[in-house]
Design a protein around this ligand. Structure first.
Ligand SMILES: [Zn+2]
Length: 145
């Protein structure tokens, strides 16, 4: 029996959903698809450099699940770069949540999942006032499934 995958929380939408090798013919290029939850794991861990525990918390998954998601995502990205494949980012088991974001230390926190965070005027981590909101409600292209 296969258990359905619990949706992973995704706090930001990718600015583009398709990468195409510039020096390859448009047709006949293999495509590797990154699911949105895989993209989010890479964004949090590898791009923002957050600790694994924090990434897992932000996505609402166990650390062991995060490790599996990351391993799959990194292998897909590596195979695209090494073998010259196109990359698409779509699909997966996810649901979109808004995020508070600190411009100073790059910490994120979910809202409204964490009701207290809606009242944040300062970063809960470093205390900076230079904070913003990220998520589908603010900026970013509309998501096309
Ligand atoms: Zn901060």
């Amino acid at each position: 029996m296969v258990r359905p995958v619990k949706p992973r929380m995704v706090g930001f939408l990718p600015p583009v959903q398709c990468f195409q090798p510039g020096d390859a013919p448009a047709s006949g290029v293999e495509v590797v698809n990154l699911s949105l939850d895989e993209w989010e794991a890479v964004r949090l861990k590898d791009y923002l450099g957050l600790e694994q525990e924090e990434c897992a918390g932000l996505m609402g998954v166990a650390q062991s699940s995060l490790q599996r998601i990351l391993a799959t995502a990194r292998l897909k990205l590596a195979s695209a770069v090494v073998e010259g494949k196109a990359i698409t980012i779509r699909g997966g088991a996810y649901h979109i949540v808004g995020r508070g974001f600190c411009h100073e230390c790059r910490r994120e926190w979910p809202f409204p999942a964490d009701p207290g965070s809606q009242t944040h005027r300062r970063c809960p981590s470093c205390g900076a006032g230079n904070i913003g909101r990220r998520g589908p409600g603010r900026g970013g292209p509309p998501w096309r499934g």
